[in-house]
Write a protein that binds this ligand. Structure first.
Ligand code: FCB
Length: 448
């Protein structure tokens, strides 16, 4: 047995997002979001589930903070519902909505939990979608105004800020594959949206600096490591392209002020083009305080004549899969961190999400013995720790998720929590993985 000990000030966190947990979708003056509209439209979400009630966190946040306290969580990453603050996306402020986040934040502080805010986790006000959503450049200004309200209200007490959660997913799943809100399927729109999300990040980061804030701000990307499915040079090139479209497409603008040439050419060949003023890149590439990413899995890549690349499971059955059918590949977390460290100038890194969905059952003693989830966490944290030992500036880890919640188009059918939620009664039960996390936090590490 060996002991894994993390650096003294390592951030042990847990994460959620507003639409996935809050419920109260039309209370206290909240406006409609694109996820309200999308989930209310039949056929979009598993069995017609919606976030109308979700975990009812809007009414139960005190109990949820108490649970976090019991687990010893050091920092909590949560997102702000924009239409709760500005029901129309802009213009008239809804004080009651803002008040909820003030109460939540204050109680976190009183409980010794460091608040960490995500400004955009996908619930765009529907009123702004009606004027083109993220394809409309004006929306980047409305987002900046919304962010200014939040920063002016909570900036003094919140030390950690994530501008945009997973711009790739918001752009591609929402505007190319159509499986996330707003359910559009168009490649040109997708690239425009991706760009405007990066631009919004840049505008808010500039504002944060101008407001002389003392905390830290970064963006949260979805990243995985890509491995060639064979040593065939075509597969190796395909791997580079595959990471290019998801990873470098966002990382290069943020760190180098330009989109990667090879991926631009790839889109040009597909006859997709989009344009933007060159000065956008100045905003997008301002230095961040940290780079955050969400890591769940990695992929093996094969050349594909039509699309250039495709993902395959090279040895079916060799690796475990979670309930999402994502390969469990903890080595990828190490490889990814070291890659970012090498290629992007040793940034401070935050893992802003990591975790796994499994089928959880309550046993006859009322316990949830989610052994697989605990193993998943141990394996991933072990690789994260190895990256720290090898010199990477990994500062913190936010476990996804604090509690079972509305998993977007999968509704409530996937459970990611370390706290079980009975979606009928709203009863919460800490899973065994939650108790394991509690001990890990208390010991600042674990035995393997
Ligand atoms: C990420 C999202 C998060 C959650 C996890 C499982 O892509 O940021 O809200 O759905 O996946």
């Amino acid at each position: 047995m060996s002991k894994i000990v993390f650096p003294k000030d390592f951030i042990w966190g847990s994460a959620t997002a507003a639409y996935q947990i809050e419920g109260a979708y039309n209370e206290d003056g909240k406006g409609e979001s694109i996820w309200d509209r999308f989930s209310h439209t039949p056929g979009n979400v598993f069995e017609g589930h919606t976030g109308d009630v979700a975990c009812d966190h809007y009414h139960r946040y005190e109990e949820d903070i108490q649970l976090m306290k019991e687990l010893g969580i050091k920092s909590y990453r949560y997102s702000i519902s924009w239409p709760r603050i500005f029901p129309d996306g802009k213009g008239k402020l809804n004080e009651k909505g803002l008040d909820f986040y003030k109460r939540l934040t204050n109680l976190l502080l009183e409980s010794g939990i460091t608040p960490a805010i995500t400004l955009y986790h996908w619930d765009l006000p529907q009123k702004l979608q009606d004027i083109g959503g993220w394809t409309n450049r004006d929306v980047t200004d409305y987002f900046t105004e919304f962010s200014e309200t939040i920063i002016r209200s909570l900036g003094d007490v919140v030390p950690m800020w994530f501008t945009i959660n997973e711009p790739f997913i918001a752009a591609f799943l929402g505007h190319l594959f159509g499986i996330h809100a707003p359910g559009i399927k168009d490649m040109r729109t997708t690239l425009q949206v991706g760009h405007n999300l990066l631009l919004s990040h840049g505008k808010v980061l500039k504002l944060y600096r101008e407001l002389n804030q003392k905390g830290q701000m970064g963006i949260s990307l979805n990243l995985s490591y890509k491995y060639p499915a064979s040593d065939d040079p075509a597969d190796i090139a395909a791997t580079n392209l595959s990471f290019g479209t998801v990873g470098r497409w966002f990382l290069d603008p943020l760190y180098k002020g330009q989109y990667p040439e090879d991926v631009l050419r790839y889109y040009e060949n597909m006859k997709v083009s989009f344009s933007y003023p060159e000065e956008d890149m100045k905003l997008i590439s301002q230095p961040m305080d940290f780079l955050a990413f969400n890591y769940y899995s990695s992929e093996f890549v094969k050349h594909d004549d039509e699309m250039g690349f495709t993902h395959i499971d090279p040895e079916p059955g060799k690796f475990e899969e979670t309930e999402m059918n994502w390969l469990v590949y903890p080595q990828g977390l190490y490889d990814l961190i070291m890659y970012l460290d090498r290629e992007y100038g040793k940034p401070n890194i935050i893992i802003s999400e990591n975790g796994a969905a499994y089928k959880d059952e309550i046993n006859s003693n009322g316990r949830i013995e989610d052994v697989k989830r605990t193993k998943y966490l141990i394996d991933h944290l072990s690789h994260a720790h190895r990256a720290i030992q090898d010199g990477a500036n990994l500062k913190g880890y936010y476990l996804w998720s604090l509690m079972d919640n509305f998993e977007w188009s999968f509704g409530y059918s996937k459970r990611f929590g370390i706290i079980y939620v009975d979606h009928e009664t709203q009863k919460r039960i800490i899973k065994d993985s939650g108790y394991w996390y509690k001990e890990t936090i208390a010991n600042n590490g674990f035995d393997i």
